[in-house]
Design a protein around this ligand. Structure first.
Ligand code: SF4
Ligand code: SF4
Length: 430
């Protein structure tokens, strides 16, 4: 069994896993908010079912570990259930705890990536650049059958889903961005997505923050640790968290602003990893750090009144990242900014707040279920004739790009930063 957290932050205070699971009264109010329950109609794939499974595990009464594994591994960790639940039962955290109890050691590839992120992120970046080079040559398509034969179907699937293969990573762009001047107005926390897969997003965030708040600085952060946390390497996640807390403390008092809502939501939950009695000092530091963390969509929301409209080609809409909406309660902030930057072309799409089925590696590990959820999401964009859909997390960018290629090629997906920066760039160029 992998290490578990053992204690969770709940609406009733810090509780042991069992007490957190027992907060579920089994009312069923959350069922229709759960994308996997709506898609499958199966009680085991509902929030209530998952909370019950974890409770049975903790009582030592689980009689079908394989069924429990399926129920917990298919949870998107979207948190939609928690948003509607009157008791705020932390089902996503319970599902993760259940996975840790069932799974034992994580896959060697996750362990290797996790160690590289801690010990040698530059080497990891070099590997990525080599991989992107082969992808641009079209050679990675040849590797998919080999990866499947080697027992790594998730990597093969990732390669097919992700079209991005940037020539330069964000770290290569930073010298030019910094040359325009640095200051103390903000600290940029560069999540791994904008840093290593979508450098255009990180560069747009930097330009937009500079235009809206004045010059800031790069935090030179480590990975937030979400991958390690969600895939069973809690001590690695704590190591990364401590590193980021130390760097933020050394960098002054400014807000730490990140532009992947999944990572930012996780940064805000750092204290939960330090609930043990021996961790009180780090818990306090994690709480001070979490209070300084901001999702970039919060910044845009607070500046929306001053945003110019971007030159628009058709209807613009917004898809909620689950970790912005359910993880951080950010529903109005990104919409205020999207509406302002879209001028009169913004239209709300049906079910904008429903998960797209991306959910980190979920789209690669549960392709069929993910695709069913994605098809519904694309249908919402089709119904309003959207040409541009904005969002705020890396996983949504990957998943929506795939969904639009497959079901609605008329639409494209952009990070909100890209759209806001485009609007601000237009004003400067005017
Ligand atoms: S998770 Fe909340 S809403 Fe869902 S069944 Fe339990 S108590 Fe009811
Ligand atoms: S986190 Fe999402 S997928 Fe998981 S039980 Fe809750 S609503 Fe369903």
């Amino acid at each position: 069994m992998a290490e578990t957290l053992g204690r969770l932050r709940t609406a009733l205070g810090d509780r042991g896993d069992y007490d957190a699971a027992a907060q579920c009264s089994r009312c069923g109010y959350c069922e229709q908010a759960c994308p996997t329950y709506v898609a499958t109609g199966r009680e085991a794939q509902s929030p209530r079912g998952r909370a019950q499974i974890v409770r049975l595990m903790l009582e030592g009464k689980l009689d079908d570990p394989a069924a429990a594994e399926e129920a917990l591994s298919t949870c998107l960790l979207c948190g939609a259930c928690q948003t509607v639940c009157y008791a705020k039962v932390p089902v996503p955290d319970l599902a993760l705890e259940g996975r840790r109890m069932l799974r034992g050691k994580p896959h060697w590839l996750v362990r290797r990536a996790s160690r590289l992120l801690i010990e040698d992120p530059r080497r990891l970046a070099a590997f990525l650049k080599i991989g992107y080079f082969f992808k641009r040559l079209g050679l990675s398509w040849l590797s998919a059958p080999l990866l499947r034969l080697a027992g790594l179907p998730v990597l093969a699937s990732m390669d097919e889903h992700v079209r991005e293969a940037p020539r330069r990573l964000l770290d290569d762009e930073l010298p030019a961005l910094r040359a325009a001047g640095e200051g103390d107005a903000w600290l940029y926390f560069a999540p791994c997505g904008p840093r290593s897969l979508f450098p255009r997003v990180g560069a747009a965030t930097w330009r937009a923050l500079t235009a809206l708040r004045g010059p800031g600085r790069f935090l030179d952060n480590a990975c937030c640790g979400l991958l390690a946390h969600n895939y069973g390497e809690l001590e690695d996640a704590r190591t990364l968290a401590r590193r980021n807390i130390e760097r933020a403390e050394a960098a002054g008092e400014a807000e730490a602003v990140g532009d992947c809502s999944s990572c930012v939501a996780f940064l805000k939950t750092y204290p939960q990893m330090f609930l043990g009695d021996a961790d009180a000092a780090w818990r306090e530091r994690a709480e001070r750090f979490a209070a300084r963390v901001k999702d970039v969509v919060e910044v845009y929301g607070s500046c929306a009144a001053g945003l110019p409209a971007a030159a628009s080609a058709g209807t613009v809409s917004y898809h909620d990242s689950c970790r912005a909406l359910n993880g951080q309660g950010l529903r109005d902030e990104p919409r205020r900014a999207a509406r302002a930057a879209a001028g009169g072309t913004f239209v709300e799409m049906p079910d904008a707040d429903v998960c797209c089925g991306g959910a980190g590696a979920f789209a690669f590990t549960h392709e069929e279920l993910s695709d069913e959820i994605l098809r519904r999401k694309a249908g919402g964009a089709v119904s309003i004739g959207a040409r541009t859909v904005l969002t705020s997390s890396t996983s949504c960018l990957i998943q929506l790009a795939r969904g639009f290629r497959k079901y609605y090629p008329d639409a494209t997906v952009l990070h909100l930063s890209e759209y806001v920066a485009r609007a601000l760039d237009g004003r400067r160029g005017a």
